[in-house]
Design a binder for this molecule. Structure first.
Ligand SMILES: Cc1cc2nc3c(=O)[nH]c(=O)nc-3n(C[C@H](O)[C@H](O)[C@H](O)COP(=O)(O)OP(=O)(O)OC[C@H]3O[C@@H](n4cnc5c(N)ncnc54)[C@H](O)[C@@H]3O)c2cc1C
Length: 340
């Protein structure tokens, strides 16, 4: 068991969770920040890393990935502890202290909880390819946490949605991968039209992008988790198969969201959203607060700016709760301009 008792356990390291880390640090609160997956940034990092966001104050535009990079840096001003690849599955309270248990059997104790779990835990949909698990986390990745791994490598990307298209553009426009095979079972794609135009332009004008459409990946060939080749078959004529030499395979077949664990904790939940009092972001359970996409109240908008506002309110009220219930030193309110 981790012996520390944190001021706040922040469940979710999405954009709102990261900003919560900064806001909590402003009031000298020490946090555990936990996420199911091994990258921070939630929807911005996973679903639209390359897309420009136009409604972040002070930024004419900023990509999802750059926003997360900046939020992480801002959060890292304070020495919080991150626990990635840990899904919080159980929550209990003894002697006024919460105990969280994760799917990796980690126990984390905290005086308060801030649930910023978005639409629930992200779990990648995996393609049905024999032995794929023997290559996972070595040469097959469903989520990308280190783009430099693909430097000068040959990468096969499968899928027809925003993630497949965005990561292809990211790897090629930034001259990271040597070559990308873009594999999709049909001509139709479910992605942003501008991104599709960019992708088609790249394919026409460079040798670094090759479409394999309409193809599906049938088999992976390699040793000790290191991929050498993949076998792709024509979706319309299954007898027609091709072997492609690749270093990495990135299947992007969407992410399923799982909120089932959170539903067991006794929180007031309607339509998969936690009901809160918007004046303080309290839930129905004392010491538990919620913000961001997971919370619901009259007038709620599922926008980043709303989430950022909500965690500022939540942290301010958590600070008050800790002063009243745990004798935390009462802080005079500081603007960030006068804090450092
Ligand atoms: C395609 C797209 C475009 C968008 N464009 C915009 C835009 O232009 N402007 C804008 O303001 N908003 C936009 N949004 C919405 C914005 O991305 C969300 O409002 C924002 O991501 C919410 O942040 P969050 O931190 O609350 O949740 P999320 O980003 O969903 O992050 C929640 C995190 O919590 C983790 N988690 C959940 N349950 C658990 C658990 N039990 N244990 C551990 N971890 C857990 C998840 O794995 C996830 O990483 C867009 C959304 C999409 C999908």
């Amino acid at each position: 068991m981790n012996q520390k008792i944190y001021d706040i356990a922040i469940i979710g390291a999405g954009p709102v969770g990261l900003f919560a880390g900064f806001q909590a640090g402003m009031s000298d609160m020490h946090c555990a920040i936990i996420d199911t997956i091994d990258i921070v940034g939630g929807q911005c990092a996973l679903l639209y890393p390359e897309k420009n966001i136009y409604d972040i104050p002070g930024h004419e535009k900023i990509t999802g990935q750059n926003l997360i990079h900046n939020l992480k840096k801002q959060c890292d001003r304070f020495p919080h502890d991150f626990f990635l690849q840990n899904q919080v599955i159980e929550l209990s309270k003894t002697d006024n202290i919460f105990e969280l248990k994760t799917d990796k059997n980690l126990l984390i104790r905290a005086k308060t909880i801030l649930v910023v779990a978005g639409n629930g835990s992200f779990n990648p949909n995996k393609p049905a390819i024999p032995n794929i698990e023997t290559f996972e986390n070595k040469s097959v990745f469903y989520l990308i946490n280190d783009i430099n791994r693909f430097k000068d490598k040959i990468v096969a990307i499968a899928g027809g949605g925003d993630s497949a298209v965005d990561w292809t553009l990211m790897l090629l426009k930034n001259k990271i991968a040597q070559k990308v095979y873009f594999i999709h079972r049909r001509e139709d794609m479910r992605c942003h039209q501008n991104s599709l135009l960019e992708l088609r332009e790249l394919e026409e004008n460079t040798d670094s992008l090759e479409f394999k459409i309409p193809y599906v990946v049938e088999n992976l060939i390699g040793e000790n988790g290191e991929l050498n080749k993949i076998v792709v078959k024509n979706f319309l004529d299954e007898a027609y198969k091709v072997e492609l030499e690749v270093d990495y395979f990135l299947p992007f077949f969407g992410l399923a969201n799982d909120i089932s664990m959170i539903k067991k904790w006794g929180l007031n939940i309607q339509k998969n959203k936690i009901l809160v009092d918007s004046s303080n972001m309290k839930t129905n359970l004392e010491g538990i607060y919620a913000s961001g996409d997971i919370c619901e109240y009259g007038g709620k908008t599922k926008l980043l700016v709303s989430g950022f506002h909500e965690v500022a309110v939540a942290c301010h009220n958590i600070d008050k709760y800790l002063i009243e219930n745990f004798g935390k030193k009462s802080e005079v309110f500081h603007y960030s301009t006068s804090k450092f």
